[in-house]
Write a protein that binds this ligand. Structure first.
Ligand SMILES: [Zn+2]
Length: 137
């Protein structure tokens, strides 16, 4: 990811945060008009429907993880790097996964306190870190 793209993602996340006085990602997504649906997902923890703007999150994930997953999916929708359906999948090292995780990092920084700043654009390592944050009830 280029420095310019990372800067752009930072600004978009900052703008999204400014739309809601509540600073958690599910409230922010809903304040921006996206529908967040907690659902009984099987294979994947979360995905978004790029056409409808709906975000689906596993109801088996704990509450904090649901916020992180929502931040990631909101990233796909706002960054417009969505390809019909975008998943949360740490095994995909695509640019769109790194971008969605970078968006989540800027939108919900308190989830990322253990991460060093310089790790953000490193792709695989960063995606693994984000995946390691997800916990199940
Ligand atoms: Zn994703």
């Amino acid at each position: 990811m280029t420095k310019d793209r990372l800067e752009e993602i930072y600004l978009l996340a900052h703008e999204a945060r400014s739309h809601s006085w509540l600073k958690n990602p599910i409230d922010i997504a809903e304040a921006l008009g996206y529908k967040v649906i907690l659902s009984n997902l099987k294979e994947i923890p979360a995905f978004c429907d790029c056409n409808s703007g709906e975000i689906y999150i596993s109801n088996a994930a704990d509450k904090y993880s649901q916020q992180i997953l929502c931040a990631h999916e909101l990233g796909h929708l706002i960054l417009d790097n969505c390809n019909s359906v975008s998943l949360f999948d740490e095994t995909i090292d695509s640019e769109s996964e790194v971008e969605a995780n970078a968006f989540a990092y800027y939108l919900y920084p308190k989830a990322f306190v253990r991460l060093n700043n310089e790790d953000i654009s490193t792709g695989r390592k960063f995606n693994r870190f984000v995946a390691s944050l997800i916990r199940y009830k």
